[in-house]
Design a protein around this ligand. Structure first.
Ligand SMILES: [Zn+2]
Length: 275
């Protein structure tokens, strides 16, 4: 499956040191379907403990929420940790259509939630956002604080996001595009070429992608997971393409004007992934 395996190269363009966390190229809740936004977080990790003590949590998750939780970690020194190339559980539910888990990248910056931000960490934060905007062709306005796209979140604390975005915009405008500019990467085309056919009875990781996309599109009624162990998380994590999921896909296909065969193939993947 296509994962965003250029992320480490993008991070290195900031000039800050980059650690590629082992396994990052294959890590994710399925592939990253789209990149339409960037969500900035703080880890709410310990006040001490070195440069990036939250690494294991962001990579592996916490009770009730499987990792990876974000694509990038950002240490107190500005050191960037590349953690995942696939989709991450960092913002749900999103109040912005561009900043759902299926459509955005997450950056988890080390901070306990109240301590002052080191200057080099903030500088790296802006530069990483700027490089991601350039890579994915996004305006700086698509860089959001978690608290701006999720009403129950406070992070990242005390950063004026208008100032932050202005700085990102200046960085994006002030630097030549890598390789002399031109078209961005063709990763969406790669996704379409490599998408599997999913049928009733299948049991594999791609089924989780179908579940996640349906949920992101608002096509999963609460009743569907009301009786599942662990509720929505349990439902999203099931790798089985069962009768209930077939029916939900059929409903999605009908609403998209497609043949409602209940199979996820070349006709159904693009609207599901919004390619
Ligand atoms: Zn957050």
């Amino acid at each position: 499956m296509p994962f965003l395996t250029r992320l480490a190269d993008v991070a290195r363009r900031t000039g800050y040191p980059v650690t590629e966390v082992s396994g990052w190229r294959e890590r994710g809740h399925g592939p990253q379907p789209e990149v339409q936004g960037i969500v900035c977080h703080h880890t709410a990790g310990p006040a001490g403990g070195g440069d990036y003590p939250s690494l294991a949590v962001v990579r592996d998750g916490r009770p009730g929420l499987d990792g990876p939780l974000s694509h990038f970690g950002l240490g107190r020194s500005g050191h960037i940790y590349v953690i995942a190339a696939g989709r991450c559980w960092h913002n749900a539910p999103s109040t912005s259509d561009f900043h759902t888990n299926s459509r955005s990248l997450g950056i988890e910056a080390e901070n306990d939630g109240s301590q002052p931000w080191p200057a080099e960490q903030l500088d790296a934060y802006r530069k990483l956002c700027a490089e991601l905007c350039r890579e994915f062709g996004l305006p700086a306005s698509r860089v959001k604080a978690h608290r701006e796209v999720n009403t129950s979140k406070p992070d990242p604390h005390s950063i004026d996001m208008d100032d932050f975005r202005a700085a990102v915009a200046a960085l994006v405008d002030g630097q030549p595009a890598p390789g002399g500019g031109g078209a961005g990467p063709s990763w969406t085309e790669d996704i379409v070429k490599q998408l599997p056919l999913i049928r009733r009875g299948d049991d594999n990781f791609d089924v989780k992608t179908v579940r996640g996309c349906l949920f992101a599109r608002g096509r999963v009624p609460r009743a569907a997971y009301a009786e599942v162990a662990d509720g929505l998380e349990g439902w999203l994590n099931s790798t089985v393409y069962d009768d209930q999921l077939v029916e939900l896909v059929r409903e999605f296909q009908r609403s998209e004007g497609l043949d409602a065969d209940g199979e996820v193939g070349p006709q159904t993947w693009p609207p599901l992934l919004r390619l």
